[in-house]
Write a protein that binds this ligand. Sequence first.
Ligand code: LLP
Length: 478
Amino acid sequence: MLMSSVAGSANPLAPAWLSVPANANELAPTVWSRNAARAESGVIEIAGLDVATLVAEYGTPVYVVDEADVRGRARDVRESFDREFARVGSSAKVYYAGKAFLTIEVARWMIAAGLNIDVCSGGELAVALAAGVDPGRLGLHGNNKSVAEIDRSVSVGIGAIVLDSAIEIERVAAAAKKHGRVQPVRLRINSGVHASTHEYLATAREDQKFGIPLADAEATVAIIRSHSELSFLGLHSHIGSQIFESDGFAEAARRLFAVHAKLLETGPVPELNLGGGFGIAYTSVDVALSLDEIARRFADIVSAAAAEFGVPVPVVSIEPGRAIIGPSTATIYEVGTVKDVLVTLPDDTTAIRKYVSIDGGMSDNIRPALYGADYTVRIASRKSDAEPVLVRIAGKHCESGDIVVHADYLPGDVRPGDLLAVPATGAYCWSLANNYNYLGRPPVVAVKDGEARLLVRRETEEDLLSRDAGLRTPSEKK
Ligand code: LLP
């Protein structure tokens, strides 16, 4: 057998997209938050605070949010959409998709940046309300909103409810009647367009649970309009997530405009919602459109479709989550064990994959296990001149699929006690976090101008036991 793994050269176990970095200490600017850098000392700093200091206070694993990055992107998306939609004679509303990551503080950042917030459950609504957000700036989504969720939303005066099925029309109308309100609603359409990363699929009807078929839209809107307690805002479409191209949005917009134009013949249709889904770079080979470019393309798409169907450019709303919060956050872990695993390749040669195990895993970032998502990793607590070797960052859960980074190159001297940083973990990591194997969920810490502050504290063993009804006496319940 031949050993084909030579430190510093490409490891045959590495995926085709991954090349050996000239410098495994470098932070790819497209993947890291705007204020992340490696200090002279070799330690990674986020917004002027070195992660070793931060970890001394908050422990590991910890999600570190670069606050100025989030707030900057939120402002950028709003400003670009304002500018580009003014160029085509209209305006735009930006909703931050709270499902990506929502805390009270984050909700306040979004509002301060001039955004609205999209929630999709009573829990997310409760967070936004606890943040003091004007309910008029909230939208409610969901394919199966409970009657209680609808009631609460209507009673607080939520700005918009996105109806997902004909059944919901009566439920929302009944709640509006009960609370003496006229509830603004959108209607979610299943456009048949599904997009993910670089490709989109367009079918007559997509086999999925959200929305109503395009063919039923006119009849459904007629029912909505027949309810005096409802005011129809317009159609809604969300075609997928982590999308790098705009052609899927253009196809969905064209399909929606055909109906939008017909609806205008029978009543007002002031708005159109094109959802979220803008992709971000998780690895250095991902090329994401800038927020400016997305806004420019959206304005062009919408104005072209409006011209094609001979209708005015409507107010357009969008619902990005990942593009605002995703790049802002890095998760910091501590290395516990390292082992070299000899792997036999199909041609009978062998190569070494270095398994580096950390103190978190699929409970704080389930995306690699759930979607095969790729992430990258750097040693955060020091720089090293050791030759880069292929690593796989594994979690501590009792499951072989518990991988946080499938493949990246790290300095070959990576060892127990090192802090590792995995960037671009702001979206759908904390919000999908779980307690598998009774691990407590990590804290979320915001850093700005060298100062850290806790957004959400670490979950303790006490928290984990607190809901277990098996504890018998009040004192045992402590
Ligand atoms: N609007 C609607 C109706 C949505 O369903 C979503 C995401 C968004 C907006 C925001 O999409 P974004 O801009 O964040 O891509 N857990 C998956 C993503 C699920 C997306 C769910 N809906 C992941 O981690 O990739």
